[in-house]
Design a protein around this ligand. Sequence first.
Ligand SMILES: [Zn+2]
Length: 273
Amino acid sequence: MFGKRRSFIIMYFLAAAVLLLTLTGDGPDALRRFSGVHSERVTVSEPEITITRSEIALMEGSSWETILYKISSPVEGPTVMVIGGIHGDEPAGYMAADEIASWVVDRGTLLVLPRANVPAIEKRTRNAPGEPDLNRVFPGDSNGGPAEEMGAVIMELIIEYEPTWVIDLHEAEYCERLIPGALGQTFLYPRKADSLDIVEELLTAVNRSIYNEKKHFLLLRGVARGSAAKGALMAGAEGIIIETCEQMQIEERIQYHCQVVSAMLYTLGITVY
Ligand SMILES: [Zn+2]
């Protein structure tokens, strides 16, 4: 009798455990979905360090005036530049970059230009009124119109600060997985670039943190002539374009951009905290 009862209790707990596993069936994957790569953040236990934050105005006094944020750690490390808002109708890119501009890094330097094309962002259009596509003017022209001048300013920043990577945040209307050529949810990495190993490591890390496989990023090779990523290459940096898919909610797209940048910094040995 007692044996039967004990068996029943064991069976009961087993059933409860199975039910619990079913309810939280996604297990660690579900956790990763919400915590993303940020779960890799660690508390810095080394001696206190003072992080320097600077705000640098670009094209001051013009309708294109915008701020470059420079976040520097005294601990030696790579410099990484993040650009958002090259296209004014791709909000997740510049909204994520706004958030990234508030990050603190444990080593190296993080340069963030959240809103590269202010007049286009204000109009919510791809290009500024009457101006060419900012992502086709690189290396820019300091004697040209405002878009070409901004291209030249960004080139000067890349040459001056020598980032190892320039990460340019964009959006596409549809997802590449559903409509080939649509470019949503992809990394675009130039064909003639040398750090494919880092990009593949990044892709693996980011996709591991995304529960739904349909939302995994794809890696495509090649970027448009005149793009900021191409400009980065011309200036001796690595360039990559991150494209989210506008069929998803804006909060999710912003999170993906932040996740990718955080994972890239982590891959390069920089911890965000
Ligand atoms: Zn774009």
